[in-house]
Design a protein around this ligand. Structure first.
Ligand SMILES: C[S@@+](CC[C@H](N)C(=O)[O-])C[C@H]1O[C@@H](n2cnc3c(N)ncnc32)[C@H](O)[C@@H]1O
Length: 440
């Protein structure tokens, strides 16, 4: 990009920023949560509520550290940027039933500790080093800390599997759905993200448009709640590329592809409580204002049994908002596409520090709100509070989509439209249930 284009890009962003004042973030008021308090038999009065919601916000934000510890464990088990040792594919198999690390996991812990002593320019290792030093972990204690953390993580994962299989064996499908949709309500808040939930969102938006539940050219303002960062290796996430966020670009493009809105002038706000996520987006927007595009690496695991529709989504990702870029060398068995997202779209993202189970942003007026892989980290009451906050931030007629089946005790302002199952794998064993609501 030349200097003039760079200058124009800067002017465009300066105008966008100057023209739209950032929404004001505040705590949900007692009046706004009346429905939820009644539905969940809560006894707080106005004063007790004000104290409760502030304490809850502090407690929720405190869960981000545990989320980082989980991401570090995932990186240890499956990362390829710091070791050539074979990946340990499932966290549950990292420990014996007696709670000991298995040999392969112990070797990976040792390799990670050695790499953390000399992180070089590895962004994830540098992030982990900062985190450990803030936690007061001395270099000589690193290996023991990582090992204990991995044991805790592995056992927690096993607990989730057991809970799910018990629910599956039971005869009550409602109970099973309930277990699924609150499964992580005590877990650390992780940031991990990947491509496929965005395919589920686009597929659901397409179906809504087809059925007339959404009108063409009706979306001017979008909220992505919990955009995430592709930090650690999980299913369909890897560490051979720099940290990246995908969802803001995916939703922007879905809206344009489906004719739900026009790219130019589209407003996209991200709402997240994790400082690393918000700082990443702020940095990306700043660099974009200086004319830099945002390069996304998009891996496709050939052994992953993706449906032809999911593969097509991967193949076309970014074609409206970016251009092909060189992909980085990937581990064996992976195909990778890279896309450079145009600076003007990156610069148009407005990151907002907000805890959606306790706070709202006044003056938001969103026409479309998405929240995937976030509300599963909360209990039913917290989910109802998040729905109250979301309803408050939407324009009448707007749509809200999530891949967590949410409580029926919802604000009267949200009309339930239905649930759609979207499969990512041909066998149907990997996919998402997307629920959709309309703001009355
Ligand atoms: C597991 S990631 C999911 C990322 C992405 N939405 C996806 O589906 O791939 C969860 C994201 O939600 C954010 N998050 C968790 N709790 C939140 C809350 N109460 N308010 C706002 N953001 C939250 C996390 O910081 C993280 O960015």
């Amino acid at each position: 990009m030349g200097n003039t284009q760079r200058f124009l890009a800067g002017v465009w962003v300066a105008c966008a920023v100057a023209c739209a004042a950032p929404p004001e973030v505040r705590f949900l008021s007692f009046a706004e949560v009346q429905d939820a308090l009644t539905a969940f038999n809560r006894t707080e009065d106005a004063a007790a509520w004000d104290a409760w919601v502030r304490t809850q916000d502090r407690d929720v934000r405190a869960r981000t550290d545990r989320g980082v510890e989980d991401s570090i464990s995932n990186l240890i088990l499956r990362g390829t940027s710091f070791t050539a040792l074979p990946r340990v594919e499932s966290a549950e198999s990292a420990t014996t039933s007696a709670g000991e690390l298995v040999g392969a996991a112990r070797a990976r812990v040792r390799a990670a500790a050695a790499a953390l002593a000399h992180p070089g320019t590895n962004e994830r290792l540098l992030f982990a080093c900062d985190f450990l030093s803030l936690r007061g972990v001395q270099p000589k204690e690193t290996e023991a800390f990582l090992a204990a953390n991995l044991v805790r993580f592995s056992q927690e994962q096993r607990g989730y599997q057991e809970k799910l299989s018990l629910a599956h064996k039971g005869s009550d499908p409602h109970e099973e759905r309930f277990i699924w949709s609150t499964l992580f309500d005590q877990r650390g808040l992780s940031v991990d993200t990947s491509l496929l939930p965005n395919y589920a969102l686009e597929d659901t938006l397409r179906a809504m448009l087809r059925k007339g539940a959404l009108a063409p050219d009706s979306v001017r303002s979008i909220a992505v709640i919990g955009p995430g960062l592709d930090f650690a290796d999980k299913r369909d996430g890897y560490d051979f590329y720099p940290l990246q966020t995908i969802q803001p670009f995916a939703v922007m493009e879905a809206v344009a592809r489906l004719g739900l809105g026009k790219l130019d002038g589209l407003r996209l706000v991200t709402l997240d409580l994790n400082p690393a996520v918000n700082a990443h987006l702020q940095r990306a927007a700043k660099q974009a204002r200086a004319g830099e595009s945002y390069v996304l690496q998009l891996p496709l695991n050939g052994a992953g049994d993706w449906t032809p529709q999911a593969v097509a989504y991967w193949e076309h990702f970014g074609e409206l908002i970016g251009s092909p870029a060189p992909s980085l060398a990937a581990p064996k068995g992976l195909s990778v596409r890279a896309v450079a997202i145009r600076p003007k779209y990156v610069a148009s993202i407005e990151p907002l520090n907000l805890d959606v189970v306790a706070q709202v942003a006044d003056g938001s007026g969103f026409d479309l709100v998405v929240a995937t892989n976030i509300l599963v980290y909360y209990d039913r009451f917290q989910q109802a509070l998040a729905m109250a906050a979301i309803a408050r931030m939407m324009n009448p007629g707007g749509a809200f989509l999530s891949n967590t089946v949410l409580p029926t005790q919802r604000p009267a302002a949200l009309e339930y439209l239905g649930r759609r199952n979207v499969s990512y794998s041909a066998s149907g064993s990997y996919g998402d249930d997307v629920v959709a609501y309309r703001r009355r």
